[in-house]
Write a new protein. Structure first.
Length: 479
């Protein structure tokens, strides 16, 4: 026996002999939720597809106007959906934000249809939370890439400016071939040529036999030891004497040498001052990363503008003389760690900790440090990089768990180890249960399978961690 289906038309949308509730159940399969309404837009029934936990409290919408179940900014769209469905039979798809019982906004995409000639309506909705989350991640990734791009552009601009205005001659040389890759204006003056014509030449050049030998030893020492001290050489055509030094560094999997020549008549004291930490701070005053110099006790000597932004202070005078540990790390705990690692390794690289502003703002940072304990003015230099944006890309639950464990750590010495371990285990267990519920869209059965426990055990843990509202009636099935 052949069955007939009444098609939807521009003037009369219908589902043959099906009643509105049955039609709504069928339409819910195509979406996530279907609302049965009268011609005034009052919800008479709700049909759900899949886990009901995705729309907790949706059945409580029955008897309320559809327009009252959405956020205020979406009500105009609901009014348009109703008018289009009543006039043409089928509305266009529009995205609105539903309000659940717990106050959470849920982005939904709805299409409204008129049922038969009595003016009844059915709205079929799709949950757009996963699409919204993907869009948000895409926007965050694009913004992060844009910020990183401009930060690199600014750093490159500062590097080029400092490179060109430096009074000392500077050459960047390939450590393997000894070919000059870059040269500043001062280098062109030393060799009596334009910087562009120095690029590509094999170093050393322009010196007498003794000077050439010294420069060859200088570059060889820099390649093996990473740095080579001053040697006195004479460079033609001016015949002037220069103090030459070299250092080795890595860039894009290539080993490069930075060779600097300072005029010998300037004097070694001025030349040394150019390498002092205070001189370096002056050169990187506009760096996007914080830079601060302290004495060996941790009292701040000087800092750049980026570090002042981290500490929320207006001027360097407010910062000078205060303890570095007041703003970075745990007071009285992290600075001894820095000094211990400096004594052992000579440098600290990318140590993760936290920063505190004078007005209460906190952020996650990475700190690198190097010290000069034998210099005329012993000091420690710290580079502080804000990594809050990078951590923002990690799951919120992981950050909350890390923060909670850090808070428990502060109880060491005040609470017994047994109590600390018990509280930590409970905290971790609660975190993983919440993660499993989020992964399964709050489906208890699937969450129990993900965690590898029985459903009864999961409900016991949910009640113990107060993840089930008292009196909600959610009980484990009787086996």
């Amino acid at each position: 026996m052949a069955s007939s289906v009444t098609p939807l038309s521009a003037t009369d949308a219908g589902f043959g002999d099906l009643d509105a509730k049955t039609a709504a159940s069928l339409l819910a399969v195509a979406g996530d939720i279907a609302l049965v309404m009268d011609s005034a837009g009052v919800i008479r029934d709700v049909a759900l597809s899949g886990a009901e936990s995705q729309f907790d409290g949706a059945t409580q919408w029955i008897g309320r106007p559809w327009i009252e179940t959405v956020t205020p900014d979406s009500r105009a769209k609901i009014d348009t959906l109703l008018k289009e469905a009543l006039s043409s039979g089928v509305s266009k798809r529009r995205q609105v934000n539903n309000l659940l019982i717990d106050g959470i906004d849920v982005p939904m995409s709805y299409t409204a249809l008129r049922m038969g000639r009595d003016g009844g309506l059915i709205a079929v909705g799709r949950d757009m939370r996963h699409v919204s989350a993907l869009q948000q991640r895409l926007v965050e990734a694009q913004q992060a890439m844009e910020r990183d791009y401009w930060r690199l552009r600014h750093v490159e601009t500062r590097y080029r400016l400092l490179f060109q205005i430096a009074s000392d001659a500077i050459l960047v040389i390939d450590a393997t071939t000894l070919k000059v890759l870059d040269a500043n204006s001062a280098a062109g003056q030393v060799w009596g040529d334009t910087p562009d014509r120095l690029i590509g030449r094999t170093f050393p050049f322009g010196a007498d036999a003794a000077g050439t030998h010294l420069l060859e030893e200088l570059t060889a020492t820099a390649r093996s030891a990473g740095r080579a001290g001053d040697v006195l050489v004479t460079i033609a055509p001016g015949g002037r004497s220069y103090h030459a030094s070299a250092s080795c560094f890595r860039q894009e999997s290539a080993t490069l040498l930075l060779v600097r020549l300072a005029a010998a008549d300037v004097g070694p004291s001025v030349s040394a001052a150019a390498d002092s930490p205070l001189r370096v701070i002056d050169l990187i005053e506009r760096s996007p990363d914080g830079f601060v110099v302290t004495d060996l006790e941790g009292r701040v000597l000087t800092a750049n503008r980026a570090f002042l932004d981290i500490t929320e202070l207006a001027s360097e005078e407010q910062l000078r003389g205060t303890l570095f540990s007041t703003y970075i790390g745990r007071p009285g705990a992290d600075f001894p760690v820095f000094t211990t690692m400096l004594k052992k390794n000579g440098a600290v690289r990318l140590m993760a900790t936290s920063a505190r502003g004078s007005h209460g703002h906190q952020s996650e940072v990475e700190v690198s440090a190097v010290w000069a304990p034998e210099s005329e003015e012993p000091c420690i230099g710290f580079t502080v990089r804000d990594i809050g944006r990078r951590l923002a890309a990690t799951p919120q639950g992981a950050r909350d768990l890390t923060r909670a464990v850090e808070e428990l750590t502060t109880l060491v010495g005040r609470v017994s180890l047994r109590d600390l371990v018990r509280d930590t285990v409970d905290l971790v267990e609660r975190h993983f249960i919440e993660a499993a519920l989020e992964l399964t869209n709050d489906n208890r059965t699937s969450a129990a399978e993900v965690l590898g426990v029985s459903r009864q055990s999961l409900y016991v843990k949910l009640r113990r961690h107060r993840l089930v509202a008292p009196g909600s009636g959610e009980e484990p099935p009787v086996s």
